[in-house]
Design a binder for this molecule. Structure first.
Ligand SMILES: NC(=O)c1ccc[n+]([C@@H]2O[C@H](COP(=O)([O-])OP(=O)(O)OC[C@H]3O[C@@H](n4cnc5c(N)ncnc54)[C@H](OP(=O)(O)O)[C@@H]3O)[C@@H](O)[C@H]2O)c1
Length: 279
């Protein structure tokens, strides 16, 4: 199945037209009972499936990407922006603060890849990958964490003293290209290695606020990103995995969902690779 196939709309029909934002219908004010989830890269692939998953769970989702999203749902708001554009990300987070007063979960799924031999990779390619994968994840995490902080102080007065603060969850996306040191992916793996470093340092810095920061590293998943990757590169990657097959977006989302769970407070600073890959 093509993971970017049109999603079913609420009424069971299939939505094919890129949807406009539904800001008006989700402007519920600051007392939102469901979780407020932000998903970057929500127009396609893993991000789009992740946004749909949290909507199915009854959460309120703000998604972003440079292009429109095909998601049409009363609890979904789409922001068109470049995640590396600091001012645009700040403006999106301000809009979320005004609408809901907080963020509970951030999934940094926006990403770009480039598969080429290092000798054929211009510096601009590396720069572009660093901008989207690293600067984008960093700026979104920083701004979202500022809106997660109030949660850390919302302790139940009657709760035992050792009850952890109800903080937020940040999940970044990395790749098995890092631990497998995938030849032909030097620029991409360097950018994702930076995302992993960011994940582990942010986990330490944000732990006192009750915010857990983790990363999921899938092997190849059939999305727009892998459409142009030569089959022999995919085969090489798969043969290096313990589970030598493509992952589905749903399998990636299951791990994201676990890391986003309020009960997963003790899991932080972890990089979870799929397909049985480890460092
Ligand atoms: N697919 C795989 O095999 C695989 C494996 C391991 C890790 N990953 C990682 O998983 C994440 C999602 O990948 P995917 O396969 O779902 O890729 P995808 O199908 O290409 O989707 C990428 C998403 O990110 C958005 N995006 C890209 N650059 C952006 C920017 N500068 N600002 C805002 N949004 C941006 C895209 O939307 P617009 O183009 O509209 O902006 C799109 O919604 C990425 O971080 C990727 O590195 C993927």
């Amino acid at each position: 199945m093509d993971e970017d196939a049109p999603l079913p709309a609420e009424d069971g029909t299939t939505e094919t037209t890129p949807g406009a934002s539904r800001a008006a219908s989700v402007a519920r004010g600051p007392d939102v009972s469901g979780r407020v989830v932000v998903v970057t890269g929500a127009s396609k692939g893993i991000g789009r499936r992740t946004a749909a998953h949290f909507l199915e769970r009854g959460d309120l989702v703000h998604g972003c990407a440079r292009s429109p999203s095909p998601i049409e749902h009363p609890a979904y708001v789409h922001h068109r922006l470049d995640v590396a554009d600091e001012a645009a990300v700040k403006a999106m987070m301000s809009a979320i603060r005004r609408a809901h007063g907080r963020i509970d979960v951030l999934i940094n799924a926006a990403g770009e890849a480039s598969m080429n031999h290092a000798l054929l990779t211009p510096a601009e390619t590396l720069e572009a990958l660093l901008r989207t994968n690293v600067i984008g994840s960093f700026v979104c995490a920083r701004e979202a964490a500022r809106l997660m902080r109030p949660e850390a102080h919302r302790r139940d007065r009657d709760a035992p003293a050792d009850t952890p603060p109800a903080g937020g969850r940040i999940v970044n996306l990395t790749s098995v290209a890092v631990p497998l040191k995938l030849a032909g992916a030097a620029a991409y793996a360097a950018a994702k290695a930076a995302v992993e470093s960011l994940t582990q340092t942010l986990a330490r810095e944000l732990a006192p606020m009750g915010i857990a920061v983790n990363a999921v590293g899938p092997g190849p998943v059939r999305t727009r990103m892998t459409r142009t990757v030569p089959p022999e590169t995919i085969d090489r990657l798969l043969s290096a995995q313990t589970v030598s097959r493509l992952a589905t977006t749903d399998e990636v989302v299951r791990v994201i969902d676990f890391l986003a769970d309020p009960a997963a407070a003790m899991v932080t600073g972890q990089i979870i690779y799929l397909g049985g890959v480890s460092r």
